[in-house]
Design a protein around this ligand. Structure first.
Ligand code: NAP
Length: 517
């Protein structure tokens, strides 16, 4: 079945004969789910439709009316979320994994609707801050006017969050008054396609506000202009290629990248093995390794522990991992499903072997796994893989095994831990686990510039945490350096980032006109 795209408010199939068509296999059974191609799709027409039809319709609405659209979207997706859960199993996801993706996306829509009503005016644009007098006189003032860009958002998404990612970006784009063209990653494009069908069936968005391109969008990059935004999520390597794309550079097309990163947790020296906080640390590591079979951009890959607690940490994590049942996500008792594809499994195998070259496997074998109710060779199953490695080797800090894998690295002292943490060269999230406030605050000051988000876990909040790996609408999602240098979420600030901020110098009476709208 050739996956359709949704262009100019119509479902269209690609040209049948495409030598580059990709067969997408079920991660569990290996059966073909769909075939993906963008051959023959009219991307120029789609982009024009977004700019000429979707954009004006969204820009005509106030922030509060756009918030109503998000609320309606959330209701529409929630009403049919079971369909998305069922389809997610074909990508190897357990029900919990599917909820993380689907319900997480619905939550972001609702959260943004509430924020927009509370923090933005019931107007189509924002006049930012009180007017400032620019000269001695009373009648020459300055403000910033924040208006929607008359362009489109091209979403280029990764395979691992086929529902959450498009919804989270859509929430911000709708509020910013921008139409979206969504290009899902091929291995899970069928899930995003189903999401878009749910949304278009519900008819809640204005014409042209949401389009879907299944398959490659590469020819479309040349069609982007000065008012457009590329919102990319994926590997650092692809981000680097797109960032340097000649047309994007020539037209200063805004490019936001959420790339891969080698995220970390640091266990403080004051946390004794066996203590409740130590157990919370172990739970975090195991959760990060197993939720979505470790295919989370924020997942912990490097586990820094003080040397004296290294063997206790390895033992505790190993014994927890041994309890994780792997197999068909639909089978009773299965806690971890498959990675997305056989190709992805090969990628992870390559990555963990590169890391283990400077250490060893403590738990799991990349070549073997015992599974429940599935064929471990036809399905893209992997064991959980815990490694121990030389903390000063390069690979653990540079290689991202995008699967159920992490490496324990023992540090000598706080200075060593600080140095090792920064060797990831920028990441989305890091957790620091400890009760010693002096240690935590000193490390935060050193570590903060390298991370988009810091999750500080101690005995007072360990039962309340949302977990290391959860991006939250209130906080920035994105990280410096290797993590792409981009920003998403961050509450309403993320929305305003998508809009144009123009300094306006004018008389009091002109500004009053804008403020009164
Ligand atoms: P990927 O291979 O980099 O692909 C990402 C997207 O870029 C896909 O939609 C892909 O389309 C497209 N693409 C690839 N090359 C392109 C090109 N030359 N021009 C235009 N589009 C191009 O990443 P992935 O394998 O899907 O996702 C896994 C990676 O994403 C991991 O490294 C993970 O850390 C990262 N990630 C980061 C975040 C974050 O928020 N920071 C979130 C999720 C995932 P095709 O599939 O059609 O090739």
């Amino acid at each position: 079945m050739l996956l359709e795209s949704h262009l100019q408010d119509t479902w269209v199939a690609p040209t049948a004969a495409d030598p580059a068509v990709v067969d997408v296999a079920d991660a569990v059974t290996g059966e073909t789910v769909c075939r993906v191609s963008s051959a023959g799709l009219d991307l120029a027409g789609a982009f024009g439709h977004a700019r000429q039809v979707g954009g004006p319709a969204l820009r005509a609405l106030t922030f509060h009316q756009r918030a109503d659209l998000l609320e309606a979207l959330a209701t529409a997706v929630r009403g049919r979320r079971e369909e998305l859960y069922a389809l997610s199993a074909r990508a190897g996801a357990t029900l919990d994994d599917a909820r993380y993706d689907v319900d997480g996306g619905i939550r972001v829509l609702r959260d943004y609707a509430v924020r927009a009503r509370a923090e933005l005016p019931d107007a189509p644009y924002l006049v930012e801050g009180p007017a400032e007098r620019l000269t001695r006189g009373e009648d020459f003032l300055g403000v910033h006017l924040v208006t929607p860009s008359p362009g489109l958002m091209l979403q280029v998404n990764a395979f691992n969050f086929p529902v959450w990612a498009p919804l989270e970006k859509l929430a911000q784009a709708v509020l910013a008054g921008m139409p979206s063209v969504v290009k899902p990653a091929t291995p899970t494009a069928y899930l995003t396609e189903h999401l878009v069908r749910i949304i278009t069936d519900a008819g809640v968005l204005p014409a042209g506000a949401l389009q879907l391109v299944a398959g490659s969008v590469r020819p479309g990059l040349d069609l982007l202009g000065e008012q457009d935004v590329v919102s990319f999520t994926g590997s650092a390597a692809t981000a680097a290629t797109l960032r340097a794309h000649a047309s994007l550079v020539a037209r200063s097309v805004r490019f936001n990248a959420e790339a891969d990163s080698v995220n970390a947790v640091v266990l403080a020296p004051d946390v004794p093995p066996g203590s409740p906080l130590f157990e919370a640390f172990v739970r975090e590591v195991v959760t990060e390794m197993t939720v979505k079979a470790g295919q989370k951009c924020t997942a912990i890959r490097r586990v820094f522990v003080p040397r004296e607690h290294e063997s206790a940490a390895l033992d505790a994590i190993t014994s927890r991992l041994a309890e994780v049942t792997i197999g068909n996500p639909a089978a009773e008792g299965v806690a971890m499903g498959a990675v997305v594809s056989l190709a992805q499994r090969e990628e992870v195998r390559r990555a963990v072997r590169a890391i283990a070259a400077s250490g060893r496997f403590v738990h799991g074998d990349p070549a073997k796994v015992r599974v429940v109710d599935a064929d471990p060779e036809r399905g893209a199953f992997m064991d959980t893989l815990l490694m121990s490695a030389d903390p000063d080797a390069a690979a653990p800090h540079e290689v991202e095994p995008f699967g159920p894998a992490a490496t324990v690295l023992a540090y000598r002292d706080t200075a060593h831990a600080t140095d090792l943490l920064a060797r990831g060269r920028g990441s989305l999230a890091a957790s620091l686990v400890g009760d010693d406030l002096a240690w935590t605050t000193a490390l935060v000051r050193e570590a903060a510039p390298w991370h988009g988000r810091l999750h500080l876990l101690d005995s007072t909040n360990m039962t309340q945490t949302t977990g290391h790996g959860s991006p939250l609408p209130a906080l920035r999602h994105g990280g410096p350096g290797r993590a792409g240098g981009g920003t998403e979420l961050a509450g309403i600030r993320g929305v305003l980032e998508l809009m144009q901020r123009t300094g306006v110098q004018a008389s009091r009476r002109t500004l009053a006109e804008f403020q009164g709208r």
